[in-house]
Design a protein around this ligand. Structure first.
Ligand code: 5GP
Length: 194
């Protein structure tokens, strides 16, 4: 997605060879128009499939799942990272190791909002090691729902996430695929020139 690649070039802060900060337009302050365009793009990519629900993980996936849900005309559900006192019902859960926070946590989704009749599209902000998305895919499997694919806004293709998901037979579509980066330099796969 050309406009997304341009914004990453203009505003992305490359903190190291593996960490990209996009806090000025995606991850902290959020460019709402760009997020809606991202949702429309996922809608174009996955719209021919019978998606019934978009799934993501709180907090950084929520705006993209919402925009995609709007584009597809379906609800979205976000996995929670901490158990709240209001969450008394049965949940599906999976362990995840966080790449950016260097800690393990448990993600969970109420069994009320995911089941065998659902056809699921998973959406998230970054694909890095793939741990978060593998956790979500495990939850989808446990619920008996069908996983139709994964959409990532930014993929760091030099990390193992994509191959981990593809090994499991999951179709992955990313809107910006970074082949390499270092402070001051960033390269995209399939860079769009128009
Ligand atoms: P993964 O499980 O694929 O390693 O990454 C899980 C989450 O870590 C992503 O959804 C994202 O929130 C965060 N993350 C991974 N890599 C980066 C990065 O380079 N920059 C930012 N801002 N977040 C990242």
């Amino acid at each position: 997605m050309k406009i997304l690649e341009e914004r990453i070039r203009q505003e992305g802060l490359i903190l190291s060879d593996t960490v990209l900060k996009v806090d000025s337009f995606l991850n902290h302050q959020v460019d709402t128009q760009l997020v809606l365009q991202i949702g429309e793009e996922f809608g174009r990519i996955f719209g021919h499939q019978p998606v019934t629900k978009v799934l993501t993980v709180e907090a950084s996936g929520i705006q993209f799942a919402m925009a995609t849900g709007i584009a597809l005309g379906v609800p979205f559900v976000y996995a929670k990272k901490k158990k709240a006192v209001t969450q008394s019902e049965e949940v599906y859960s999976a362990p995840v190791h966080s790449f950016t926070r260097h800690e393990d946590y448990q993600i969970s989704i109420s069994q009320k909002y995911l089941g065998p009749d659902d056809k699921v599209l998973i959406v998230d902000d970054f694909l890095a090691t793939g741990a978060a998305l593998v956790g979500l895919a495990d939850i989808v499997n446990a619920s008996g729902a069908e996983l139709l694919g994964v959409g990532c806004v930014i993929e760091k293709s030099f990390q193992e996430g994509r191959s981990l998901l593809e090994e499991r037979g999951i179709a992955v579509h990313s809107l910006a695929r970074i082949s390499s980066m270092s402070p001051g330099e960033i390269h995209f796969i399939n860079h769009h020139t128009e």
